[in-house]
Design a protein around this ligand. Structure first.
Ligand code: F6P
Length: 321
C-alpha cells in the first residue's frame, strides 16, 4: 500500500499553522507520500472533510495568518463511535498517517485515536500561549509578541501624552509567557503573571518613589490568567493617584501574517514531522530545545507542566514587587 498523510490544524489558531501545513504537504509529496488536508480539525476528521492537496488548496498558505484549514473543538471525538467513523474516513482514502498542528489537547486526542486504530501521527506545536511542555517554542508566538509590542508602543504614546497609566491584558490562558516577554521588551513598570507571586504594597512603594521623582505615566502588563485587569486599574487610580485605563488586547493577538521567524520555524517543524513519520515513529511531538529541532513521545509531553525559562522569571520578578 502506498503512503498517504492527512494534515490538520486543531485548537486555537496561531500564525505559522498555514506555512507548516503547506511545507508538510510539499515535503510529504517530495517524499512520495500523498498529502491530504483535513478541514476544521477533529470535526472534519469525523465528517470526512478530507481532500487531496491541490495547487488551489495551497493558495495563500505561506503568508496568511490564522489557519486556512480552519479549526474547531469537537466533543464528539471523545466518543468511540465517532472515532471509528473518523478512522473509516481515513481508511477509505488510504490515509495511513496524520500530522496535527495545534496544542497538547489535540495531541492527546490523536494519541487516543492511535491507541484505538494505530494510525501514526506527528504533532507540531502551535499556540500563541507557548505553554506546550517539552518545547521552548510553539508556532505563532513570535507573530503574537510582535503584535503585542506594536500595541504597547501605541498605547505608550497616548499614556505619555495624557500623563496616564495603562493596564494592558495579554492572552496566554494560564501561562504568563506572552505577558512576561512583552513587559520586558516594552519596558513596562508592572507585570503580573500566574508564575510569580506579586506584592501590591511593594509595587506601590516602588512606584510612589518614582512618581515623586517625576514619573508621569506607566504601563502595567497583566496576563489574562491572573484576572487582575480591572482590579489593578482601580488600584492604580486609588493607590497611586494616577488616571488609569484598561486595554484588553483580546483576539487581535491571534491574527496577523506570520513573521519570518514563524515561517522558518513552521518549515523546520513540518519537515521534522514528515521525517518522523517516514522513520516509522508513531506518536511523536516535534520540539525546539536549546536551538535544536527534536521530538518527544506524546507520553513525555502530555500531562507535564510547561517550564518557564529562569532568566525570564528572574527579570520579571522585580516588576511584580
Ligand atoms: O489558546 C489560545 C487562546 O487565545 C488563549 O490565549 C485564550 O485564553 C483562548 O485561546 C481564547 O479562546 P477563544 O478563542 O475560544 O475565546
Amino acid at each position: 500500500m502506498s503512503d498517504a498523510v492527512a494534515i490538520m490544524t486543531s485548537g486555537g489558531d496561531a500564525a505559522g499553522m498555514n506555512p507548516a501545513a503547506l511545507c508538510a504537504a510539499q515535503h510529504a509529496e517530495r517524499s512520495g507520500i500523498k498529502p491530504y488536508f483535513i478541514y476544521e480539525g477533529l470535526r472534519g476528521l469525523i465528517d470526512g472533510d478530507i481532500h487531496e492537496v491541490t495547487k488551489e488548496r495551497t493558495r495563500g498558505l505561506l503568508y496568511t495568518g490564522g489557519t486556512l484549514l480552519r479549526s474547531a473543538r469537537s466533543k464528539r471525538f471523545f466518543e468511540e463511535k465517532y472515532r471509528h467513523q473518523a478512522y473509516e474516513n481515513l481508511r477509505q482514502r488510504g490515509i495511513n498517517k496524520l500530522i496535527v498542528i495545534g496544542g497538547d489537547g489535540s495531541f492527546r486526542a490523536l494519541n487516543e485515536f492511535y491507541n484505538d486504530f494505530q494510525v501514526p501521527f506527528a504533532g507540531i506545536p502551535a499556540t500563541i500561549d507557548n505553554d506546550i511542555p517539552g518545547t521552548e517554542y510553539c508556532l505563532g508566538v513570535d507573530t503574537c509578541q510582535n503584535i503585542i509590542r506594536t500595541s504597547i508602543d501605541s498605547i505608550r504614546d497616548t499614556a505619555v501624552s495624557f500623563n496616564r497609566a495603562f493596564v494592558i491584558e495579554t492572552m496566554g490562558r494560564h501561562c504568563g509567557y506572552l505577558a512576561m516577554t512583552s513587559a520586558l521588551t516594552s519596558g513596562a513598570e508592572i507585570c503580573l503573571v500566574p508564575e510569580i507571586d506579586y506584592d501590591l504594597d511593594s509595587i506601590a512603594e516602588r512606584l510612589r518613589l518614582e512618581i515623586e521623582g517625576g514619573r508621569k505615566n506607566l504601563i502595567a502588563i497583566v496576563a489574562e490568567g491572573v484576572r487582575m485587569g480591572d482590579y489593578l486599574c482601580n488600584w492604580i487610580n486609588d493607590s497611586l493617584k494616577m488616571d488609569a485605563r484598561l486595554t484588553v488586547l483580546g483576539h487581535i493577538q491571534r491574527g496577523g501574517s506570520p513573521t519570518v521567524y514563524d515561517r522558518m520555524m513552521a518549515f523546520k517543524f513540518a519537515v521534522a514531522a514528515v521525517e518522523s513519520l517516514k522513520a516509522g515513529y508513531t506518536n511523536q511531538i516535534m520540539t525546539f530545545k536549546e536551538g535544536q529541532i527534536g521530538m518527544e513521545p506524546i507520553e513525555q509531553v502530555a500531562g507535564k507542566k510547561p517550564v518557564m525559562p529562569d532568566l525570564i522569571l528572574d527579570l520579571c520578578r522585580p516588576l511584580a514587587h
